[in-house]
Design a protein around this ligand. Structure first.
Ligand code: KG4
Ligand code: ZN
Length: 361
């Protein structure tokens, strides 16, 4: 039995420095996440060099705190799991170097983990979801549908060919003078708005398949904003609310229809207990969440939404994905490489876009 395995997880692929200790039965003994929002605030996005330096400075402290909070020492661990990609290469390298140092010093096994596999396997950690299930990842940096068949077996059905939806929410907020992160701000303004006043497009709905595109939406919104500014010299609060509502409705429509299609493909595979799992910051949007729950219910599929703290970047998911990989024999040596790109499904056509937070596949 491997339920008593204890793994340290390390995550540093974007702008969160994280370490966690997780047991093989799914108990999270500790999970430390240090965000870097303040460090990048003046630059309008994540600066890779600043991120990498901060990871290098903070990782060992995060590891120490994670061990302390778990009440354990390095000697109590069974292995070290680390994000080896995809992501901003300097950050990924910081994590991999830290993990190699710990493995060399302790003699513990080293397990390299795909960051996206960490997200995709989270419903197994939080809800014990059985294989195989459909995963929709919608965050500031990711947007894809994957069928999760095993710790290292994924079928990608589609994803965004440009911006991730959270990124589109953030850019929309910026265009309308709302603070960052923009998702919750746009959602709040949208509550007072009329989603039908501005006819925003529903990108790629006229094409078959599950690929999505969100960057055109923001351009269409910019055009509507500029028309108003030219006509009346600025935006009234109601204009802003209506623009937010129109944008949110367009994103919700696209996600709902593409999810319906993805479920159709997934169900054709005859899963034993069909499950749609949704992760990422955008899953916090009540309108979008309600639409997706409705699509799943209509298809007769149960929906699992892991707690938000485990949907956004963290190291518990990396420790867990490491445990799952380790159980099926996955191990790495000191030649473990940091990879900027690392698609979950190597047979799928690569995504074209690489947005604000770096490569998405
Ligand atoms: O999962 P997460 O932390 O993403 C990455 O770091 O990649 O999610 C953050 C993203 C941000 O873009 C944020 O604006 C968006 O999720 N977000 C929302 C909401 N809450 C957070 N988007 C729409 N509606 C929300 N309520
Ligand atoms: Zn992530």
């Amino acid at each position: 039995m491997t339920d008593d395995l204890i793994f340290l997880g390390i995550e540093s692929s974007c702008d969160d420095t994280a370490a966690a200790v997780v047991r093989g039965d799914g108990t999270i003994l500790s999970s430390v996440v240090e965000g870097q929002v303040a460090l990048h605030a003046d630059f309008g996005g994540v600066v890779p060099e600043i991120a990498a330096r901060a990871h290098a400075e903070r990782l060992d402290l995060c590891v120490e705190r994670a061990l302390d909070q778990a009440g354990l020492r390095l000697a109590d661990l069974d292995a070290i799991a680390v994000t080896a990609g995809p992501g901003l290469i300097g950050g990924v390298l910081s994590g991999v170097m830290c993990a190699k140092g710990l493995a060399a010093a302790t003699g513990l096994p080293l397990v390299g983990v795909n960051h996206l596999a960490g997200h995709a396997l989270t419903p197994r950690l939080t809800d014990g979801v059985a294989l195989h299930y459909l995963m929709l990842l919608i965050s500031g940096g990711h947007c894809q549908f994957v069928i999760v068949r095993g710790a290292e077996e994924f079928t990608r059905l589609g994803g965004s060919i440009d911006d991730a939806p959270g990124e589109a929410f953030d850019k929309t907020a910026k265009l309308l003078g709302l603070p960052q992160p923009g998702g919750p701000e746009v959602a709040r303004a949208a509550e007072q708005g009329d989603p039908t006043r501005f006819p925003l497009p529903r990108p790629l709905l006229d094409r078959p398949g599950c690929d999505m595109s969100f960057s055109g939406l923001k351009t269409a919104l910019l055009r509507e904003r500029d028309k108003l500014v030219a006509a009346q010299g600025g935006l009234y609060l109601q204009d802003r609310a209506d623009l937010c509502a129109a944008f949110q409705a367009a994103v919700a429509d696209v996600l709902a229809e593409k999810t319906r299609r993805a479920l159709e493909i997934y169900l054709a595979d005859a899963p034993d207990t069909p499950v749609l799992a949704i992760a990422g910051g955008v899953a916090a949007n009540t309108r979008i969440r309600a639409r997706l729950l409705d699509v799943a219910a209509r298809a007769g599929v149960a929906c699992v939404l892991p707690p938000l703290a485990l949907c956004t970047d963290n190291a518990a998911m990396i420790a867990w994905a490491g445990i799952e990989r380790f159980r099926s024999g996955g191990r790495d040596g000191m030649d473990l490489a940091a990879r900027p790109r690392w698609p979950l499904d190597t047979t799928a056509t690569p995504l074209v876009g690489a947005g604000r937070k770096g490569a998405k596949a």
